[in-house]
Design a protein around this ligand. Structure first.
Ligand SMILES: [Zn+2]
Length: 308
């Protein structure tokens, strides 16, 4: 059994992130809660039968933030993968501001989207049979509406969940790094990462450097937000070179947009006076990050944000 996982992790050439994501969905069999699709898992002796809706709900759950929150491409070309097309088709129903929980993805409301994911999202015809060639841990039932998986495999996944999860995320990140220049992809694949902030002292220093004026509009104030210049969901890290003090109005108006180039010059200049920049920071680095964010996250043709 371990050798099947080994074989999978050794397989070099991924054609997409589908296979490792599917294994990630199966890993969930180790400890799902009762409202996350237990109606689709039936145990008989030492064999579990798992309806494909269990997998589809998780497939949607894992790809949703990659498409809407982090805007990561899944192909080096402009080609769109099937699961992204489905997510886009149901964008309104799913919502794009926050990622629906597994519980919600398993609800009746989304049965049509799950069905589509199983059929058009290539799970039934392609991913399941192909993955089985690399990682023989389940059998596909006739009619292809469910799979069978042995209890010992689920037990193994439960005992090694953290390890398997990191190995799978590593595999997915490695693939995504080939098609995106977005930073911190492996962190983006981990769940429950909370937004960090600069310490009070460090931030107060910044406010003083700005003479208690908003970085964008220049208005004087006494309450400032820690503003991520390059959007948080792009950088996914709090670094002093990317934090500025902004008034509440500018902060909420800018939101996750990319600021106009005139502010880029301003922040580069500001950063020259920071004394604890991380290693690897340079003007060139900041310009590259900004350009990558514009092309891959903000949108090439979208208007850049500015205070008016
Ligand atoms: Zn302002």
């Amino acid at each position: 059994m371990i050798s099947e996982f080994n074989r999978f992790f050794k397989s070099k050439s991924l054609a997409s992130t589908y296979k490792p994501t599917l294994v990630k969905c199966l890993l969930d069999l180790a400890d799902y809660t009762s409202d996350e699709g237990n109606q689709w898992v039936k145990q008989k002796g030492d064999t579990y039968t798992v309806d494909l809706h269990f997998i589809a709900a998780r497939f949607l759950r894992y790809y949703h933030p990659l498409r809407f929150k982090f805007k990561l491409k899944q192909e080096a070309t402009k080609k769109r993968i099937a699961i992204y097309s489905i997510l886009e088709e149901y964008e309104e129903q799913l919502g794009i501001k926050s990622t629906p929980s597994k519980k919600i993805m398993c609800s009746e409301k989304f049965s049509e989207i799950r069905e589509k994911t199983i059929i058009n999202g290539a799970i039934r015809q392609q991913v399941l049979p192909k993955l089985r060639n690399d990682c023989n841990i389940y059998t596909i039932n006739s009619g292809s509406k469910s799979i069978q998986i042995k209890k010992e495999i689920i037990d193994f996944m439960r005992d090694n969940k953290k390890l398997l999860e990191s190995a799978l995320n590593h595999m997915i990140a490695e693939y995504l790094e080939k098609c995106n220049s977005s930073p911190n992809i492996s962190t983006k694949l981990e769940e429950k990462i909370s937004r960090t902030t600069l310490t009070k002292d460090k931030f107060q220093k910044m406010i003083n450097m700005q003479n208690s004026c908003c970085f964008y509009c220049g208005n004087k104030g006494d309450s400032f937000a820690q503003e991520h210049f390059l959007p948080w969901n792009f950088l996914f890290q709090t670094e002093n070179y990317n934090i500025i003090a902004a008034c509440q109005t500018c902060n909420s108006s800018k939101n996750d947009k990319l600021p106009h180039g005139k502010y880029l010059n301003k922040i580069i200049k500001r950063n020259q006076s920071l004394d604890d920049l991380p290693m690897g920071y340079s003007e060139e680095f900041m310009k590259n990050m900004y350009e990558n964010c514009r092309l891959e996250y903000h949108g090439r043709d979208k208007t850049l944000w500015q205070n008016v």
